[in-house]
Write a protein that binds this ligand. Structure first.
Ligand SMILES: [Zn+2]
Length: 341
């Protein structure tokens, strides 16, 4: 046997394989060459002398490698083809997702306010200190500016930068009040739903992020009575019940006067239950008449215009509505929880 015999064998094999259109036949040819033609070559090697044995043996091995690779390739092709076209295989189950309970509630709130002529506004989640604090009449040394409450962005020589260039993750949706008013002429009637961030140790009622819904109405001669009427209608629609409204005095830097808003507990109808902590009332919102300094920050003249603003936690309302006792469930991605909505 000569080394040219192997070259011829290879040529013959390639010719035969190329002629064949069916994968099944190509596999047959490969098998025949490995099991018959090549094995007889390997058998006859033992009769050859050292040097030729090595040379022909090497070539025969290369050819066997080429053929078995081709065979593997054909097998894979057939396997793929069968996989793709076997209509008797059971179908893949495509799981349909659903809308997150927070998003669902946010959309419901939006629909109610849209019916009252409010527009929906948005603002950035990465905010600067001026919009988040200064423009909203926060004192320079207000405790919320401290590290434990706010997620500040690390910046070189931060202390030397003006507050417009010092960044943080917004702690509330209120900066959008000023952002919105700055570019426009009153009157305004907007809501701002969005995600806010706090530097919190998480527990059943605290998360590092949650959703707020901000409201703002500014115009001529806006009063607390207007506010009461708007939020009264909103909560009636939201809870789908004839809920009562109660305002309690409070303090926020960006409103004067400020109040906490309670709604009567629709679960126990004011008799007292675990959701309302036996009081018959549930705290749902912080609000007040927009502070003149906030209007000035937005270039709105407080001698002509006034208005009210409010903020509510969408997560909190969802917890009340669905009797959920741990805020962390909303962000856990646990399907056992999410499938209930
Ligand atoms: Zn109750």
């Amino acid at each position: 046997m000569k080394s040219e015999d192997i070259d011829q064998l290879k040529d013959r094999f390639l010719k035969e394989v190329k002629k064949e259109n069916s994968s099944k036949e190509r596999k047959k040819i490969c098998k025949r060459y490995i099991e018959e033609e090549l094995s007889s070559v390997f058998c006859s090697l033992k009769n050859l002398s050292g040097e030729r044995k090595a040379e022909i043996g090497k070539k025969a091995n290369e050819l066997r490698k080429l053929i078995s690779d081709l065979l593997e390739n054909e097998k894979e092709k057939v396997f793929q083809a069968e996989k793709e076209f076997d209509i008797t295989l059971p179908g893949k189950n495509v799981e349909l997702g659903s809308i997150h309970p927070i998003t669902k509630l946010q959309k419901k709130c939006e629909r109610i306010f849209l019916r009252m002529g409010f527009a929906i506004a948005e603002g950035p989640e990465l905010e600067n200190e001026w919009y988040n604090f200064d423009a909203l009449n926060f004192e320079e040394d207000h405790p919320v500016r401290e590290m434990q409450d706010t997620l500040f962005v690390k910046q070189k020589n931060r202390e030397e930068l003006p507050s417009q260039e010092r960044f943080l993750m917004r702690t509330h949706t209120s900066p959008v009040q000023v952002r919105y008013m700055k570019d426009r002429e009153p009157p305004f009637r907007i809501i701002v739903p969005g995600r806010v961030f706090r530097n919190e140790a998480t527990d059943s009622s605290h998360e590092i992020n949650f959703y707020q819904l901000e409201g703002l109405m500014v115009g001529e001669n806006i009063s607390v009575a207007n506010f009461r009427s708007v939020v009264g209608y909103f909560f009636k629609e939201l809870f789908d019940a004839d809920v009562g409204i109660r305002l309690r005095p409070s303090f926020f830097p960006f409103t004067e006067p400020s109040f906490e808003v309670d709604v009567s507990c629709s679960i126990c109808e004011k008799k007292g239950c675990s959701v309302c902590k036996k009081t018959g009332w549930i705290e749902v919102m912080g609000a007040g008449m927009v502070h003149p300094n906030v209007l000035r920050s937005a270039d709105v003249d407080p001698s002509y215009f006034n208005g009210f603003a409010f903020g509510l936690g969408i997560d909190r309302i969802a917890m009340i509505k669905h009797k959920i006792d741990d805020i962390r469930l909303f962000y856990s991605g646990d399907l056992r929880f999410l499938r209930q909505f």
